[in-house]
Design a protein around this ligand. Structure first.
Ligand code: HEM
Length: 388
């Protein structure tokens, strides 16, 4: 355990809304030990950004950690050269050029189909009707798992997220996680021979072509699914909610004074879909006068850094005209989100503009009251009921 001052949280309250606690941490003890999370938390934006790059101290390698045990050793749990090698291997699948020239047209085609289905409905939950299938269809395209139903994509993603958060070791959650990773493996078994014969830009294909082992390939596909489904899903639904709640911001876009992309990026700063990234202390060290001991766990709290008052003016306010270069929504170190360009295109250039074009009168369904958000590691709305 580090020498950082102790800050106690009520886990239920923290899950419902971590922002009041995070604000107090930033004010009083920006690096603090939270006994309920068995971890030391970094909460200030610039401290997170600086320390995330010190991979000799704050390592991504976490042998025996839940992610590695349940999903295999993926690139998010590697450092230095072995990480770079895999990151380079997937570049042809995630690069801005591939997104623009290959994926964008598929994203548009899939989204138009989903909107066509929605046209038959007068109202519904925007997550189920739109955000979830848009996100899952994109992930099916990018991973090569076109043989998977979009509902299954969402299920297996959630099952893995629950599995890696299962610190208390609930056997049912663990069994469900195994079931989800097995489902992904079964779908990979079916698609691998096909893409070996006809290579394409998918993650499965480019990793195989780059010579990564099947074990590496499968682990990184599971990583992309665990991190690439619920974040775009929650960001799409959350951004729509934020724009419908703040009509002045929506009008800025409709009047050409701001963009859908700005709205997505500002939402992701304001309510970060990934609020935290864990690291293992690789060696004893003193950082910002705090002593850290080898093998203890720390959390870089992106969701807190994104509300840092020293970096963002009125950080609690959703303002799509603010400068966002300091945002940590996609991370700030060598593990900077591999799906960032995919997400910007999918959400900022396809999902949001097409939704508002198709449903210009869309509004929140007041019969359902306030939209509820949960989570501090992964955060998003539970339902966004709308009248289309
Ligand atoms: C709103 C959308 C998304 C958000 C907010 C998001 C956020 C993040 C964050 C915060 C990290 C960790 C960064 C760090 O520790 O420094 C990350 C890593 C990663 N993300 Fe995303 N993500 C999104 C969408 C996606 C999508 C769609 C994919 C895949 C198609 C994806 C694939 C990955 C991968 C593979 C990594 C690990 C990269 C590495 O280890 O080098 N993400 N993401």
């Amino acid at each position: 355990m580090s020498s950082a001052p102790i800050y106690e949280v009520d886990l239920k309250k923290f899950w419902e809304n971590p922002y009041p606690d995070l604000k107090l941490m930033r004010e009083k003890n920006p690096i603090c030990f939270v006994p309920q999370l068995h971890s030391t938390l970094f909460t200030k934006r610039n401290s997170i950004s600086e320390n995330e790059k010190k991979i000799d101290i704050f390592s991504s390698v976490q042998p025996g950690g839940l992610m590695t045990t349940l999903m295999g050793e993926n690139m998010m749990r590697k450092d230095g050269e072995s990480h770079q090698l895999e990151r380079k291997a997937i570049f042809p699948s995630i690069s801005p050029k591939t997104v623009k020239n290959i994926w964008k047209k598929d994203f548009i085609k899939n989204t138009e189909k989903i909107l066509y289905q929605m046209k038959r409905k007068e109202k519904g939950d925007l997550i189920k009707d739109f955000a979830l299938p848009v996100s899952a269809e994109a992930l099916k395209t990018v991973t090569a798992l076109s043989n998977m139903a979009f509902t299954e994509m969402d299920r297996v993603s959630q099952g893995m997220i629950d599995g890696i958060a299962n610190i208390s070791g609930d056997p049912l959650i663990e069994a469900n996680c195994h079931n989800c990773t097995q489902s992904i493996d079964n779908h990979i078994d079916e698609m691998l021979p096909i893409i070996k014969k006809s290579p394409n830009h998918s993650l499965l294909s480019v990793q195989h072509e780059a010579g990564l082992s099947e074990t590496q390939n499968r682990a990184n596909i599971k990583l992309a699914i665990s991190g690439g489904q619920n974040e775009p899903r929650d960001a799409i639904a959350g951004t729509v909610w934020a724009l419908l709640k703040n009509k002045n911001q929506l009008n800025l876009i409709l009047e050409g004074k701001s963009t859908w992309l700005n709205a997505f990026e500002e939402y992701s700063r304001w309510i970060s879909p990934i609020g935290m990234s864990p690291r293992r202390v690789a060696k004893n060290a003193i950082i910002e006068s705090i002593e850290f001991t080898k093998n203890e766990r720390i959390f870089f709290m992106f969701g807190s850094g994104n509300r840092d008052e020293d970096v963002f003016d009125n950080p609690e306010v959703f303002n799509i005209t603010r400068k966002l270069s300091a945002s940590l929504a996609f991370g700030a170190g060598p593990h900077f989100c591999a799906g960032a360009w995919i997400s910007r295109c999918l959400i900022g250039e396809v999902a949001l503009p097409l939704l508002f074009k198709c449903f210009p009168k869309i509004k929140l369904n007041q019969n359902y009251g306030e939209v509820k958000f949960t989570g501090w590691a992964f955060r998003g709305p539970l339902e966004v009921n709308c009248i289309y």
